[in-house]
Design a protein around this ligand. Sequence first.
Ligand code: COA
Length: 251
Amino acid sequence: MPAEIDPETPLLIERRPDRVIATLHRPHKRNAIDQATIDALHLLCAELEETPRTLILTGADGVFAAGADIAQLRERRAADALRGINANAFVRIAELPMPVIAAIDGYALGGGAELAYAADIRIATPALAIGNPETGLGIIAAAGASWRLKEIVGEARAVELLLTGRTVTAEEALRIGLVSAIHESADLLTAAEAIADRIGRNDPAATIATKRVFRAPRDRHPAVDLEAQAELFESPEKFRRMTDFLERRDR
Ligand code: COA
């Protein structure tokens, strides 16, 4: 744990030049996402909006997050629902300029699953148990599952998962594309870091443009692609990288 980190924080943050590793850290509550966690996620987003870096999101003690904090949820009323406490934080995470990688061990339930859906890339362990049991608690999954899950796994699978509230195993999650790889728990962070390393070798401006264009609404294409490409076609880094390639070949 980095020296500057308060062990009581709900979010442990390790900063590196090209990436940040944020660990949900309320192990006694299975990393349930409470208001303090959301506040910490907003602070982290502000930092990554200012200084874009890849974000690896993970959870402490073999759990990603067992949901929004049900003790706080029970006390929330209509006005709280309309504030979109978790939904807005997860939108902000999804919209971070650089990629977000969720490295998921064990439970990712309810709001924990929705936080994972907000990531660009999800990898997990054989212990993965991911799903949205919200209807069993008398609420809906309102922090992104109702629209993001179908974008990830398709409408038929998403509606079945949301209406049953059942939990998906690692094997099924891999099969339906909800996660892109499974690694043993001991190797999970190394695997996430390898993805961050791969991203780190590419041009950050091109990575940021790819993410922004990828997430643009259908009716913005192809204009949004062409505008981004026009900007990159003028960038010194593009000339440098392409010249490097061509000169290497000429040798
Ligand atoms: N909100 C608040 N507290 C939670 C929580 C949540 N989402 N998930 C777990 N906790 C707390 C438990 O209340 C318990 O607290 P306590 O020790 O003060 O009693 C502690 O975390 C450990 O949980 P426990 O249920 O004993 O752990 P487990 O390993 O037996 O089971 C789960 C793990 C994830 C299966 C179980 O905790 C669970 O079902 N959690 C709720 C899942 C859920 O419905 N999430 C959707 C919320 S929208």
